[in-house]
Design a protein around this ligand. Structure first.
Ligand code: C2E
Ligand code: MG
Ligand code: MG
Ligand code: MG
Length: 288
């Protein structure tokens, strides 16, 4: 009896697994097509200087405009692309698109692009980035590449070597999702990052969990001592903004600042924001 039901459970899981594998295969095939069919779009989310709210840059976040499923979020296809190697092609496409878009902006704002672990381990990555900068005419200092610490685990020496070569080009390197990995501190020790992005899982718990508040404060202190600007991601409330400002966090990113949006939503948005920042300044001067 037990054996019977055991086999039933096995059959059930086997079916589930086959289903998952089939789904992944379909996704991989469709994704390959999506790159050539230009179904991918880059959304941009603003980053604001904490001190005055002025927009100082944007992060490029890829979306898949699937003909049937609609807008697919990156967490549903980036892991698949990473697994089957498609990420190199996809990542190159995002990099090119983001740099070309940023080069066309009327203000020299910074553009942040996410790099996957596989990309960081490609020997030709610095050459590619160099080529894209020249082709798009974007100044290297305006490009910021975001990596997570897992990118250093595949081939540590190669990844580190690539980071050094990228930095030599004048590109900035940010550590993304800080605090969520297994060895965030040793990663921080191994390379002179230009920015630390404290993960939203900590930011969302500011004032909700004492421990999270303490951790955020400690990371900000760490950044200060190492002279690395810290960005808070996932900022959603005024209370979080006030806290982060008070703790002299450098930049803020999150729905409270602005949601990711398509390129044509940007120019009006940044102008409005810049106007608001200017007005705030006038107000402060008038008061003071
Ligand atoms: P990430 O680089 O840490 O990007 C931040 C994510 O947080 C984005 O999710 C953004 O939409 C979301 N977010 C921003 N503000 C808030 C907020 O206030 N509240 C909440 N709950 N979420 C917020 P998204 O766009 O879904 O991207 C998820 C992840 O996918 C990214 O995390 C990044 O790791 C990856 N990704 C996105 N685009 C690319 C890409 O072009 N290449 C690679 N390799 N990875 C990418
Ligand atoms: Mg990022
Ligand atoms: Mg992040
Ligand atoms: Mg994150």
């Amino acid at each position: 009896r037990a054996k019977e039901s055991g086999r039933g459970v096995y059959r059930f899981f086997k079916r589930e697994m086959d289903e998952t594998i089939r789904e992944r295969r379909t996704l991989a095939r469709e994704l390959r097509q999506a790159i050539t069919d230009e179904e991918l779009v880059v959304f941009y989310q603003p980053l604001a200087r904490a001190a005055d709210g002025e927009v100082c840059g944007f992060e490029a976040l890829v979306r898949w405009k699937h003909p049937v499923r609609g807008m697919v979020p990156p967490l549903e296809f980036i892991p698949v692309a990473e697994e089957n190697g498609l990420i190199t092609q996809l990542g190159e496409w995002v990099l090119r698109r983001a740099c070309a878009d940023a080069a066309s902006w009327d203000r020299p704002l910074r553009i942040a692009v996410n790099l996957s672990p596989l990309q960081l381990n490609q020997p030709n990555l610095p050459t590619l980035v160099h080529e894209v900068l020249i082709a798009t005419g974007l100044s290297p200092s305006r490009l910021e590449l975001e990596i997570t610490e897992s990118a250093l685990f595949k081939d540590y020496q190669r990844a580190l070597d690539n980071l050094r070569r990228l930095k030599a080009l004048g590109v900035r390197i940010a550590m993304d999702d800080f605090g969520t990995g297994f060895s965030s501190l040793s990663t921080l020790q191994s390379f002179p990052f230009d920015k630390i992005k404290i993960d939203k899982s900590f930011v969302e718990n500011i004032h909700r969990h004492d421990r999270a508040t303490v951790i955020v404060r400690a990371v900000l202190g760490l950044g200060r001592s190492l002279e690395i600007p810290v960005v808070a991601e996932g900022v959603e409330t005024q209370e979080q903004i006030d806290f982060l400002r008070g703790e002299s966090c450098a930049e803020l990113q999150g729905y409270a600042i602005g949601r990711p949006g398509p390129i044509d939503s940007l120019s009006a948005w940044t102008l409005a924001r810049a106007a608001a920042a200017a007005a705030a300044e006038v107000e402060t001067k008038a008061r003071g």
